[in-house]
Design a protein around this ligand. Structure first.
Ligand code: GDP
Length: 297
C-alpha cells in the first residue's frame, strides 16, 4: 500500500467540485474545504493541525482572485501544496555534526518502532557521506538487542561497542564515546532501551545517558503506523528530555500519513529522516516538498 494513497484519492473529490467554476469564492470553496478536512482527518492528522490548515488554505483561496489561464481547482491544488510543504517544515532538516571531533547521535524510541534497525541504517547512510561510525549498545534490558545490533554492525561494516547488560547505560555510552574519540571515529550512534510505553524509568535513563555524552543530535524514532500518536510522542519526549528531531519509520507500510503531516506542527521538531523498508539502504532525508508532491499526485 502506498502511504498517502487514500489521502490523494480523497483529495481528488475536493478538486473535482471546482470543475466549471471561473474563480475561487467564499461560497464555492466550502464543499472542497470540507472534503480536504475530511481527507486529512481520515489520514489521522491531528485535529488542531487540520483546523489550522483548513483555515489557512481557505483564507488564501478566497484572496487569490482571478489568475488568467489557471483553473480554480489548479489554484486550490497549488495553495494546498504550498501549505502542506510548510506544515511539514518547509525545508529538509539536515543532520547536524559537531564542528570538530566525534559527533554523538542519541537514538530514543519505544520498543518495536525500528530503533535498532535505524541505528544500523544510519551508519550505512553516514558511511555513504564518507563518515566513519561506531554504534554503542546501551540497551541493557534486552540481551537480544545487543546481539541484533552486533549482527547489523557486521552487515554494514561498523564496530559495535558493548559491555553486556550489567553496566549502567550512561556508563556504557560514556565509555563508548571515549573509545570512539580515541579511534577518531566521526560519528557515534548510541542505541538506548525502548519500552512498550513511556515510563519514568525510561525517561530518567535517557536523561542520564544524554547528560553523560552531550549529544549533538537526540533523535526520537517513531513509527508512521501510529499516525498522530507519533506527533504526541515527539512532543512528550521533547518536553521530557529535549530532542533535536524525529526519524519516521515504516513509511512503506499501511500508514495513512498522519504522522508525517502532524509531527512538525504538533511538536515543533522536524522529521529529519524517514525509513521506508527493512533494508539498510531504506533510510533517507525527509523532503517536505517531495512528500507534498506524493500527496497531490
Ligand atoms: P526496536 O525494538 O525499535 O529496536 O525495533 P527493531 O529495529 O527491532 O524493528 C522492529 C521490526 O520492524 C523489525 O522486524 C524490523 O525489520 C522492522 N522495521 C524497522 N524499520 C522498518 C521500516 O522502515 N519498514 C518496515 N517495513 N519494517 C521496518
Amino acid at each position: 500500500a502506498e502511504m498517502f494513497g487514500q489521502l490523494s484519492t480523497s483529495l481528488e473529490a475536493a478538486w473535482s467540485k471546482l470543475r466549471g467554476e471561473e474563480i475561487l469564492t467564499k461560497e464555492n470553496i466550502v464543499e472542497p474545504m470540507r472534503d480536504i478536512r475530511r481527507a486529512l482527518l481520515e489520514a489521522d492528522v491531528s485535529l488542531p493541525v487540520v483546523r489550522r490548515f483548513v483555515q489557512t488554505v481557505s483564507d488564501q483561496a478566497v484572496g487569490t482572485g482571478l489568475i488568467r489561464g489557471v483553473r480554480p481547482d489548479q489554484q486550490l491544488v497549488k495553495i494546498v501544496n504550498e501549505e502542506l510543504v510548510k506544515l511539514m517544515g518547509g525545508e529538509v532538516s539536515d543532520l547536524v555534526f559537531s564542528k570538530s571531533g566525534t559527533t554523538v547521535i542519541l537514538l530514543a524510541g519505544l520498543q518495536g518502532v525500528g530503533k535498532t534497525t535505524v541505528c544500523a541504517k544510519l551508519c550505512f547512510y553516514l558511511k555513504k557521506l564518507g563518515k566513519s561510525c561506531m554504534m554503542v549498545a546501551a540497551d541493557v534490558y534486552r540481551p537480544a538487542a545487543i546481539d541484533q545490533l552486533t549482527i547489523l554492525g557486521d552487515q554494514v561494516g561498523v564496530p559495535v561497542y558493548k559491555e553486556g547488560t550489567e553496566v549502567r547505560p550512561s556508563q556504557i555510552a560514556k565509555n563508548g564515546l571515549e573509545e570512539a574519540r580515541k579511534k577518531k571515529v566521526d560519528v557515534v550512534i548510541v542505541d538506548t532501551a525502548g519500552r512498550l510505553q513511556i515510563d519514568k524509568a525510561m525517561m530518567d535513563e535517557l536523561k542520564e545517558v544524554k547528560q553523560a555524552v552531550n549529544p549533538t543530535e537526540v533523535l526520537l524514532v517513531v513509527d508512521a503506523m501510529t499516525g498522530q500518536e507519533a506527533a504526541a510522542l515527539v512532543t512528550t519526549f521533547n518536553i521530557e528530555i529535549g530532542i533535536t528531531g524525529a526519524i519516521l519509520t515504516k513509511l512503506d507500510g499501511d500508514s495513512r500519513g498522519g504522522a508525517a503531516l502532524s509531527v512538525r506542527e504538533v511538536s515543533g521538531k522536524p522529521i529529519k529522516l524517514v525509513g521506508r523498508g527493512e533494508r539498510m539502504e531504506d533510510l533517507e532525508p525527509f523532503y517536505p516538498d517531495r512528500m507534498a508532491g506524493r500527496i497531490l499526485g
